[in-house]
Design a protein around this ligand. Structure first.
Ligand SMILES: Cc1ncc(COP(=O)(O)O)c(C=O)c1O
Length: 310
């Protein structure tokens, strides 16, 4: 990105978004700086000249500085997760005994065998550019995991990776949506889905999970929400934030509806597949109907299970 005379690498989209919303990159100090403090007049313009990424939030005068950023940035809201986490941290700092329900992260350290493998890879010189979708060995290992644990016949060439679930989902929305395409999102939902869909030109349609159904949606509700413009059905089970899980039978009911609509792509966010308790049984959505294998983006992620940075 070239702005104000600086040439910089574009950071991953989530960092870009949080810079644009909450801060910017200071080239003299070579770091991101928070822009919460309100600055006005000359001081603000001086600061702006040092930034490569224009912020949207300067005090409350959003409109004034929005000229510097892309129109699409107006579409997205601030991250509620970050706001809640920041509030919890501030309360903790102030000595309040508080449990943060913002960012979802295991409360244990990354296991030693993972840290050791990462160190060994660095020592072996595995520090160079890799193919964009990831190294072939990782793709083969992921394909093997899908086959062994999820009964999914995906081949290494069907697999790509990214810097976490958020990044992968964003890439998937960008790859699938055309402007005006509808995205069906059951409520309650993880807050990033609608923002990412909007950035990719999608129109969100929410299907209300009702309390009497454990906040899950029914096949009838799904069928009723589908229109000729529906492009993506998003399902997240086990769910954040509801904490519930659809049974295999409940998922099959939804899969049978989707199978009747070959133009719909399913994004099955399976990031919590290992966080299953009691007698619940996890199944991958793509296994529920033969026609779904080709139209599913399954999204598992070791970070949630192994406290493992991606
Ligand atoms: C349901 C759901 N999907 C995806 C993600 C993204 O995970 P990541 O941290 O790997 O980007 C999260 C993160 O909390 C999540 O709760």
């Amino acid at each position: 990105m070239h702005a104000n005379g600086f040439l910089v690498d574009i950071p991953p989209i989530h960092s870009l978004l949080s810079f644009a919303k909450f801060g910017a990159f200071d080239h003299r100090r070579n770091c991101a700086v928070p822009l919460f403090p309100r600055r006005s007049g000359r001081k603000r313009r001086k600061l702006l000249n040092r930034m490569c990424i224009a912020p949207t939030v300067w005090g409350s005068k959003q409109g004034e500085d929005m000229a510097l950023v892309a129109e699409r940035m107006k579409l997205v809201s601030d991250s509620i997760t970050l706001a809640v986490s920041a509030k919890a941290n501030a309360l903790k700092k102030a000595g309040v005994d508080v449990v943060g329900f913002g960012a979802g992260e295991p409360d244990f350290d990354t296991p030693t065998f993972i840290k050791d493998a990462a160190k060994a890879a660095l020592d072996k010189g595995q520090t160079k550019y890799t193919p964009t979708p990831c190294i072939p060995e990782l793709k083969a290992a992921i394909a093997e995991k899908f086959s062994r644990e999820n009964y999914l016949p995906y081949k290494p060439e069907n697999i790509t990776t990214g810097a976490g679930g958020k990044h992968c989902l964003y890439m998937a929305f960008m790859a699938v949506l055309n402007p005006g395409d509808e995205v069906l999102i059951p409520t309650p939902y993880w807050v990033s889905y609608p923002e990412q869909a909007k950035l990719a030109g999608g129109v969100n349609k929410f299907i209300a999970g009702q309390e009497k159904n454990g906040f899950k949606i029914t096949p009838q509700q799904l069928e009723a929400a589908i229109t000729p413009k529906t492009k993506i059905f998003l399902i997240n089970s086990p769910s954040n934030p509801a904490g519930h899980m659809y049974s295999p039978e409940e998922l099959k009911g939804l899969a049978d509806v989707i199978a009747k609509h070959p133009n719909i792509v399913v994004f099955s966010d399976e990031i919590y597949e290992k966080l299953v308790y009691g007698n619940n049984k996890f199944v991958s959505f793509a296994t529920l109907h033969p026609s779904l294998i080709e139209s599913i983006v399954a999204c598992p992620d070791p970070r949630k299970q192994l406290s493992h940075p991606v």
